[in-house]
Design a protein around this ligand. Structure first.
Ligand code: ZN
Length: 274
């Protein structure tokens, strides 16, 4: 009970944190990061539990079947996400598991993680580390000299993040030296490498419309001919605008978007960017 009382106070502090939009502090502490966990996993795995319901910022809240290696009976969403965070606080000793900072700590879900053992596929990381992990263009190589120590963490999720960041920075020289020294179980190494391969593949794909113009997620396109939708009687008419497309990360010929309220896959040869 004492811990719980403290934790609610922590959230209130967060709500008051200056510089954050209203409600943002609470979300970052309670629901945001675990929802990233959910969205990362729901793409790749079939957990079988129903999708979380939408919260006010459109982030889904993890469902009850999600965190399957913590032995919950019946808890509210908030209690559950707090438990995941508490789990990581305990493991990390309340410091960033990568750089040991104690500032702006939160859950970071390791992308491209295997199914199951979900609490083991997150790390506790500071704001600086999380920002740079999520934005490759903002990476400051020298910040990651901290991996010199944290790559020896016994926690596989930390090893995976360390490996991937060192791999990303290996042109600097010293990260390659660390990579050469790094020890990982075979299984952990596979997990780390799978992410590197998927990132590379996703970055290598370039989607182009019928005129060769590069398409990006969120763009709008128009259909340049009538398209029969496979497996249905639906025909998407020439001239139909499809707004806010998403890109298929495995095939550069495919994009997705809504036509007549239905999410369909479109071949890039038959669309034109508008
Ligand atoms: Zn950090």
């Amino acid at each position: 009970m004492i811990i719980r009382a403290f934790r609610f106070r922590f959230f209130e502090e967060n709500l008051k944190r200056p510089g954050l939009p209203a409600g943002k502090g609470r979300l970052s502490a309670v629901a945001f990061s675990p929802s990233r966990l959910l969205s990362d996993f729901s793409k790749k795995t079939s957990i079988g539990a129903p999708r979380g319901k939408k919260s006010s910022n459109n982030a889904s809240i993890p469902n009850a079947g999600y965190i399957n290696n913590l032995n919950f009976g019946a808890l509210t969403h908030n209690q559950k996400t707090m438990s995941l965070e508490q789990d990581l606080r305990d493991r990390s000793g309340n410091v960033c598991e990568l750089c040991s900072s104690t500032t702006d700590l939160d859950v970071y879900a390791v992308p491209h993680s295997p199914e199951g053992d979900t609490a083991d596929t997150a790390i506790f990381a500071c704001g600086t580390c999380r920002t740079q992990l999520e934005n490759p263009d903002q990476v400051e190589p020298n910040h990651w000299r901290c991996l010199n120590d944290s790559m020896w963490s016994p926690v596989p999720a930390v090893q995976v993040v360390a490996y991937r960041m060192l791999h990303q920075l290996k042109a600097e020289g010293w990260p390659q030296d660390l990579l050469d020294m790094m020890y990982m179980e075979e299984e952990t190494r596979e997990w780390a490498k799978a992410g590197v391969a998927q990132e590379t593949a996703a970055n290598a794909l370039v989607h182009r419309d019928s005129n060769g113009v590069i398409l990006e997620a969120g763009d709008s396109v128009v259909l340049i001919k009538d398209l029969k939708v496979k497996g249905s009687s639906m025909v998407a008419k020439q001239g139909t605008a499809v707004r806010r497309i998403s890109l298929d990360h495995e095939n550069e010929k495919y994009i997705e978007g809504k036509v007549d309220g239905q999410q369909i896959v479109l071949v890039t040869d038959y669309v034109k960017k508008i």
